[in-house]
Design a protein around this ligand. Structure first.
Ligand SMILES: Nc1ncnc2c1ncn2[C@@H]1O[C@H](COP(=O)(O)OP(=O)(O)O)[C@@H](O)[C@H]1O
Length: 352
């Protein structure tokens, strides 16, 4: 968003020279806007289908409640992409670019951490399902999960709201960065939110890794007890055909969730630390380094945005109710794609 030296740097930063500090290079103004435009179109199609399908599925398990929350987050995230495209490609008015800094970027981050938190909850749920397969659910538990979902949204909204309110300074030039619109308190809160979000991410990554390690161990124990080539029982009580085939599918499913987490979120959270420092303690960085961290942040942010189109794949591969409803709507036989999907359902351990 910054193209010249007239834009005031963050408090305490050195003054800098236009040519080295401008963010307006090909990557920011052309490459990412094109990529985000594609992502928007793909995300719109995939998430519209997901919303349509989930509307037809009752919230009968914790897993489905969590997935529905992720769909809502992904839809909101998808709608922030056009604003980013217009703003980064310099096609937006000053007012729209202020809106991006104040509202749409904040919504983007909010929905990203909603997805991360629900991924953590899903992995815990799947782990419990694997270790205690015969533990069902009941109406009271479902209500508690809905309340928990509401609490998560409320917590993140409250955390992010000051980023909207304290981004209230009038830009002194047509070229500005989001930080230039923040008050002192706004910059401080921006830093606090980023620390809290780092804790949320790394906490959930550890949760996902521990949960899937336990799931894999339990499944291995279960499959090694069964005889090869015959029909056996998975811990959830679901019958599986050949153990080695089931094992392969289970590993692929586990890999899908871990891969999404690692590809989408890990690079961004490494890149975010120095970038936030360059925003709030600008005096520690020269212009070239600031630009480098900005580009690193933008590149890894794109990987995080990919999450909005990868999540629908997770619903399809890991949620049997989702597939069944989709196939019914498309008038396809229920077994379609079974070679790809295995027998995963929200009630079996071969899922998420
Ligand atoms: N983790 C977060 N949660 C909520 N809002 C955030 C988060 N990180 C940044 N923001 C807000 O999003 C807007 C854009 O932030 P950022 O991407 O750091 O700036 P820039 O677009 O200048 O690189 C700012 O208002 C910022 O405070």
């Amino acid at each position: 968003m910054e193209t010249n030296t007239t834009s005031p740097p963050f408090p305490g930063s050195h003054s800098f020279n236009n040519s080295t500090c401008s963010r307006d290079n090909l990557l920011k103004t052309v490459v990412f806007p094109v990529l985000y435009s594609f992502l928007f179109l793909l995300g719109l199609v995939l998430n519209s289908v997901a919303v349509w399908v989930f509307f037809r599925i009752p919230s009968k398990s914790h897993f489905i409640i969590y997935l529905k929350n992720i769909v809502v987050a992904d839809v909101i995230m998808t709608f922030t992409f056009p604003f980013k495209v217009l703003s980064d490609s310099n096609m937006a008015s000053t007012g729209l670019r202020i809106f991006v800094c104040r509202v749409s970027s904040v919504l983007f981050y909010l929905t990203m951490y909603i997805s991360i938190l629900f991924f953590g909850l899903i992995s815990i749920d799947r782990c419990i399902k694997t270790l205690r397969p015969f533990r069902g659910t009941n109406a009271a538990r479902l209500v508690r999960r809905k309340l928990l979902s509401g609490a998560i949204w409320t917590f993140l909204l409250v955390l992010c709201l000051p980023n909207v309110i304290l981004t209230c300074k009038t830009p002194t030039s047509p070229y500005f960065k989001c930080g230039d619109l923040k008050t002192e308190a706004g910059l401080y809160w921006h830093q606090v939110v980023n620390h809290v979000c780092q804790v949320i991410f790394w906490g959930n990554l550890v949760t996902v890794i521990i949960s899937y390690t336990l799931i894999t161990k339990e499944l291995y124990r279960s499959y090694s007890r069964s005889t090869g080539g015959t029909i056996s029982r998975a811990p959830s009580g679901a019958s599986t055909r050949k153990p080695h085939r089931a094992k392969r599918k289970m590993s692929a499913n586990v890999f899908l969730v871990l891969a999404v987490f690692f590809v989408c979120f890990v690079p961004f959270h490494f890149a975010r630390v120095p970038y936030t420092m360059s925003q709030t303690q600008g005096f520690l960085f020269d212009c070239k380094l600031k630009l480098f961290f900005f580009q690193l942040k933008e590149s890894t942010l794109f990987l995080s945005s990919l999450n909005s189109v990868l999540d629908p794949l997770i619903y399809f591969f890991l949620c049997k109710s989702f597939r069944t409803t989709l196939f019914k709507a498309l008038r396809l036989a229920p077994g379609t794609c079974s070679r790809l999907t295995g027998r995963g359902s929200e009630d079996t351990v071969s899922t998420i």
